[in-house]
Design a protein around this ligand. Structure first.
Ligand SMILES: Cc1cc2nc3c(=O)[nH]c(=O)nc-3n(C[C@H](O)[C@H](O)[C@H](O)COP(=O)(O)OP(=O)(O)OC[C@H]3O[C@@H](n4cnc5c(N)ncnc54)[C@H](O)[C@@H]3O)c2cc1C
Ligand SMILES: *[C@@H]1O[C@H](CO)[C@@H](O)[C@H](O)[C@H]1NC(C)=O
Ligand SMILES: *[C@@H]1O[C@H](CO)[C@@H](O)[C@H](O)[C@H]1NC(C)=O
Ligand SMILES: *[C@@H]1O[C@H](CO)[C@@H](O)[C@H](O)[C@H]1NC(C)=O
Ligand SMILES: *[C@@H]1O[C@H](CO)[C@@H](O)[C@H](O)[C@H]1NC(C)=O
Ligand SMILES: *[C@@H]1O[C@H](CO)[C@@H](O)[C@H](O)[C@H]1NC(C)=O
Ligand SMILES: *[C@@H]1O[C@H](CO)[C@@H](O)[C@H](O)[C@H]1NC(C)=O
Ligand SMILES: *[C@@H]1O[C@H](CO)[C@@H](O)[C@H](O)[C@H]1NC(C)=O
Ligand SMILES: *[C@@H]1O[C@H](CO)[C@@H](O)[C@H](O)[C@H]1NC(C)=O
Ligand SMILES: *[C@@H]1O[C@H](CO)[C@@H](O)[C@H](O)[C@H]1NC(C)=O
Ligand SMILES: *[C@@H]1O[C@H](CO)[C@@H](O)[C@H](O)[C@H]1NC(C)=O
Ligand SMILES: *[C@@H]1O[C@H](CO)[C@@H](O)[C@H](O)[C@H]1NC(C)=O
Ligand SMILES: *[C@@H]1O[C@H](CO)[C@@H](O)[C@H](O)[C@H]1NC(C)=O
Length: 562
């Protein structure tokens, strides 16, 4: 059968929501929590079937996926996510016969979203039946924002529309890419490339552009050249909690919603159907990678300090240069340097030259060094994308945005802290992602969107974490998490004003409001209350997530009304 049209769904919504606000069951304040399977109030088979009919047969029952060595099958699954912490061993074959295979934190049902109508039907059903609602795209989220026990998920993976257009607005005139909410980074790159264009996307090819990546901020190899993902957003096509199907832009009547969606965090203000982003003329891109090993701790950590110091110069003299480096106690790898629109590798060698000189001075032997000039961005991206940039979901991660002032004036304290972490746990992995995202370099004004202002003052985004073994117990994962939180505390102490990138952050940062949203918090909270007064969209550590609901701490997955 056909799915209902937006108009029909809107009419239905109005009919159901209007009485609800006065006397209906769904908003009864005496309901202490969202229903879970097994609760007397949980929808009957007949009711689920009815929802299924409403959405044209696109309702899917969630099934636990045996964790297949952290494979990519979760990408194509309606409810399962990647984070080992949120999977919580509820179906871990590595645990042997003692293991269980239940849904745990994963959604009970999912609607395979095809259009605004199916989103409206899902919101309406969840509200009417007192269910938790989640939104799941690829399941990359580290904060558990795309999972939720007993929830009805809106699964956006199959919104694969993508088109190139010429966009005209008071703010931007030029080529643009309209990406459906299910489009992944590599799909956007490929589509742009076919039209002689390039777009800003993530480093990981399977991250969802319009899902969590852009609304959470969004960095990647072209961020220094053009901006963060959120800086590139021209307009959003959304469905609000009230069932309105809107197009929001800086010049629409919903400029506040545009502002919040652009960096204010995913899954919280509206359901996104598509985003139109800027696209840019393609051309040659120079790339570089190099690595060296730690043979002597003193010179090794001096080399890391030298890299950070050189980044201060690179930001000024090569503002379009983007770099990502990974290091552990064992070695340093500058994985992915991107410098667009140069005619040869020479310019890149010039940019990195002073650092190579530093290494020489320190008697450090470079183990690998490679430069490559690619004819276009996508070719460059594919060349430098390695398995380590793709398949590292088996980790606990934390993040700190490191201010330039710290690199300039307090570098020894920062290095001491990094070295201290590394000495305490030799398995600690760090990633330095450098890009100049000052308003000047990006070409927008302060306050243009809800990106955490600390990004603008940061020299680099620092990830830190530890890998999680396939058979790690909940206690072990929790211990890793606690350790990473301790590292965050240590780093926060030496990086005043720094903040954290919410898409790569620890899920239980006690200072999440300040760290993820900073001065934007109150304005975002007001927009949340305006567009989602019932707090239908609930996501961990999202703006307003502590207003109406409280997630049980006992692991029951129950979402209690405050
Ligand atoms: C291996 C790996 C590599 C990464 N690399 C990068 C990187 O290079 N750069 C970077 O910036 N980040 C990176 N990230 C972080 C990434 O940006 C976030 O995990 C992001 O939330 C993923 O979004 P998603 O839509 O793919 O995932 P999901 O987990 O499906 O969704 C993430 C969030 O978006 C919400 N959401 C999804 N779809 C919609 C929708 N249509 N409407 C409203 N809300 C929606 C969900 O509810 C959830 O809150 C990486 C993460 C991992 C695990
Ligand atoms: C509404 O509440 C009444 C009384 O508690 C109950 O019988 C009925 O099933 C509820 N309806 C819905 C749709 O939940
Ligand atoms: C929804 O309907 C479709 C088509 O009839 C069916 O294949 C699917 O199994 C149903 N989903 C559920 C959860 O029953
Ligand atoms: C990443 O994991 C997926 C799923 O296991 C696999 O198909 C793919 O080949 C892996 N990619 C790399 C580069 O290791
Ligand atoms: C299963 O649990 C029992 C009892 O706790 C324990 O002795 C045994 O080693 C476990 N087996 C596996 C494979 O973990
Ligand atoms: C996707 O494309 C189809 C056909 O071009 C169009 O009807 C539909 O509205 C598009 N959906 C979105 C979300 O852009
Ligand atoms: C956009 O405009 C350019 C220049 O006028 C034109 O060549 C191109 O075909 C247009 N692209 C689209 C998708 O309309
Ligand atoms: C914006 O709102 C005004 C006043 O309500 C209305 O007249 C106008 O048509 C709206 N514009 C758009 C683009 O929706
Ligand atoms: C590098 O080696 C030279 C020659 O062996 C030595 O003089 C110098 O002190 C070394 N530098 C460092 C930083 O170890
Ligand atoms: C390293 O471990 C010690 C002892 O547990 C602790 O006091 C110290 O704070 C840790 N250092 C860092 C940087 O985590
Ligand atoms: C960032 O790039 C701009 C050029 O767009 C440059 O003028 C500026 O100095 C750089 N900012 C910093 C803090 O390095
Ligand atoms: C995590 O995954 C990566 C990539 O698949 C793998 O190389 C590594 O060994 C895994 N780590 C652990 C601790 O299992
Ligand atoms: C994971 O499971 C344990 C019980 O084994 C529970 O205490 C904990 O709260 C659960 N965590 C999550 C995030 O579900």
């Amino acid at each position: 059968m056909q799915s209902i049209t937006s108009r029909q769904a809107a009419a239905l919504l109005f009919a159901i929501f209007a009485p609800c606000t006065s006397a209906g069951n769904s908003t009864d304040s005496h309901l202490a929590s969202r229903y879970l399977p097994g609760d007397p109030g949980w929808p009957t088979h007949a009711e689920w079937n009815q929802l299924n009919e409403t959405v044209g047969g696109r309702l899917i029952q969630g099934r636990p996926l045996a964790r297949d060595c952290f494979g990519s099958s979760t990408l194509n699954d309606p409810v399962n996510v990647m984070s080992p912490y949120w999977l919580n061993d509820s179906c871990n074959p590595f645990l042997g016969p003692n293991g269980t295979c239940t849904l745990g934190n994963m959604a009970s049902y999912a609607i395979d979203v095809a259009d605004a109508g199916s989103v409206m039907a899902g919101i309406q059903f969840a509200q009417q039946k007192n269910l938790r609602l989640t939104i799941k795209n690829t399941g990359h989220d580290y904060l558990g924002r795309s999972a939720g026990e007993g929830s009805l998920a809106l699964w956006t993976h199959n919104l694969k529309n993508i088109s190139v257009l010429n966009y005209t607005s008071p703010h931007y005139t030029g080529p643009a890419l309209k990406v459906g909410a299910g489009i992944e980074v590599a799909e956007a790159y490929a589509a742009a490339q076919q039209h002689g264009l390039r777009v800003v996307g993530g480093g990981c090819p399977t991250v969802g552009v319009a899902g969590g990546w852009l609304p959470g901020g969004g960095h990647g190899p072209l961020t220094a050249a053009y901006g963060l993902g959120a800086d590139e957003a021209l307009e959003y096509e959304v469905v609000t909690a009230a069932g309105q199907h809107l197009v929001v832009s800086p010049t629409s009547n919903y400029s506040d919603l545009y502002w919040a969606l652009s960096g204010g965090g995913p899954g919280n203000y509206a359901v996104v159907l598509s985003i139109t982003i800027q696209a840019h003329p393609d051309g040659p891109v120079a790339g570089l990678s190099l690595s060296f090993v730690n043979t002597d701790a003193t010179t090794y950590w001096r080399a890391i300090a030298a890299w950070i110091q050189r980044l201060l110069e690179i930001d000024v003299h090569f503002p379009k240069l983007n770099s990502a480096a990974t290091f552990t106690s064992a070695g340093f790898s500058l994985d992915f340097v991107t410098l667009p629109d140069v005619s040869s590798e020479a310019e890149l060698t010039t940019a990195i030259g002073p650092f190579l000189h530093d290494l020489q001075q320190l008697n450090i032997t470079v183990s690998t060094l490679e430069t490559q000039l690619s004819p276009n961005y996508y070719a460059h991206y594919q060349y430098f994308t390695t398995s380590s940039t793709i398949n590292t979901t088996n980790e606990t991660v934390g993040n700190r945005l490191i201010p330039r002032s710290v690199a300039r004036h307090h570098l020894p304290a920062l290095i001491d802290t990094l070295q201290g972490i590394s000495n305490n746990n030799s398995a600690a992995v760090f990633v330095i992602e450098n890009n100049n995202v000052t308003h000047q370099n990006v070409g927008n004004q302060p306050g243009a969107n809800a990106v955490l202002p600390a990004w603008r003052d940061s020299l680099f985004s620092l990830n830190f974490g530890v890998e999680i073994a396939p058979d790690a117990s909940w206690e072990v994962i929790w211990a890793h998490q606690t350790e990473v939180n301790d590292w965050l505390d240590a780093l926060r102490a030496v990086t005043p004003g720094g903040g954290s990138y919410q898409n790569e952050a620890t899920f239980n940062d006690a200072e999440w409001k300040q760290d993820y949203f900073g001065v934007n918090y109150d304005r975002l909270a007001a927009i949340k209350a305006k567009y989602d007064p019932e707090y239908v969209f609930f996501a961990n550590a999202a703006v307003g997530s502590d207003v109406r609901w409280r997630l049980a701490k006992d692991g029951s997955g129950r979402l209690y009304r405050r």
